[in-house]
Design a protein around this ligand. Structure first.
Ligand SMILES: Cc1cc2nc3c(=O)[nH]c(=O)nc-3n(C[C@H](O)[C@H](O)[C@H](O)COP(=O)(O)OP(=O)(O)OC[C@H]3O[C@@H](n4cnc5c(N)ncnc54)[C@H](O)[C@@H]3O)c2cc1C
Length: 264
């Protein structure tokens, strides 16, 4: 590692003020992406501001059928929360499928969403549920948030404070994971609302995306059999030695069928 200044603040206001006072500063959540990137010298921030001691960023809150999850909530907390399991079963299931126990105990929903790794799981849930990303400056719908690989609409001094979800009728996540990293080779999140189904895919492309052809048939009849004849184009999908684009295209169909079958 190389020298950098470490800051720890107790409020969002102090944290954001510290960031605007120092150039080349990064927020530090669980460090599950950032520390690895720094070790590889892919990023060399001069200042880190730890978010761990800010009570405003913690907790899972329920208000009727609305679930609000603080940015610093660990994946393990989301996976084990009865509130999440009762209100959005697919989200609870997704959190439990992230990486391994160590990463789940350190990694945070805010860090994962801000990072927007093309193979991360949460972006699929946020997009399918059209969640709201609450920052220190504004509220952003997931539809408008994810721009491209590791790219979001977050501005320089913008801090994610929480994510707000509305309960769907049914939801589920199906993931074909990489056997080593456990990141999604393809992950599909399905959310059924009244007269509307949203299907979001992670791992398959440069960033999370929706599948309108699947959404159209599932909105009329929420049954896996509706997806049997859907052909996903491999154009623009990721290709690597583990899974080429046509394999990923087929996986989208299979994972979507699995998610519909398991939705609750
Ligand atoms: C071995 C391994 C396997 C993994 N497998 C999976 C997997 O299967 N699925 C999956 O989804 N993920 C996986 N991950 C990623 C993991 O889920 C982490 O949650 C993710 O990397 C983000 O880490 P973090 O929360 O610790 O954020 P950090 O690494 O601390 O931060 C990541 C980035 O987000 C920024 N940031 C953090 N919090 C905020 C905030 N509140 N507001 C604005 N910006 C913020 C930071 O400045 C930094 O740029 C894996 C990671 C590892 C190391």
């Amino acid at each position: 590692m190389y020298p950098f200044s470490f800051h720890q603040k107790k409020t969002v206001a102090e944290t954001v003020a510290t960031k605007s006072n120092h150039a080349d500063t990064k927020f530090l959540a669980g460090g599950q992406s950032l520390v690895g990137v720094m070790k590889l010298r892919l990023d060399k921030p001069s200042h880190l501001i730890n978010l761990d001691a800010i009570p405003e960023l913690r907790g899972i809150h329920v208000d009727g059928t609305t679930l609000t999850i603080g940015a610093m909530t660990r994946h393990a907390e989301v996976a084990s929360s009865n509130d999440v399991r009762n209100i959005i079963p697919g989200l609870s299931q997704l959190a439990g499928l992230i990486a391994d126990r160590m990463v789940r105990n350190m990694g945070t929903i805010g860090g994962s969403v801000a990072n927007n790794d093309p193979s991360a799981d949460y972006p699929a849930a946020l997009l399918a549920l059209n969640a709201t990303i609450i920052t220190n400056q504004r509220e952003i719908l997931a539809d408008d948030f994810f721009l491209g690989m590791f790219e979001t609409t977050l501005e320089e001094n913008e801090l994610i404070q929480a994510i707000r979800f509305k309960a769907p009728i049914k939801s589920a996540y199906a993931k074909f994971k990489h056997p080593a990293s456990r990141y999604a080779v393809v992950g599909v999140f399905i959310a059924q609302q009244i007269n509307l189904v949203r299907v979001a895919v992670t791992g398959a492309g440069p960033s999370v995306f929706r599948v309108p052809s699947m959404e159209a048939v599932l909105s009329k009849n929420f049954s896996a059999s509706e997806l049997e004849t859907i052909v996903i184009s491999s154009d623009g999908l990721n290709s690597d030695f583990f899974a080429d684009a046509s394999y990923r295209a087929k996986l989208i169909q299979l994972m979507a069928m699995q998610a519909v079958q398991n939705a609750k």
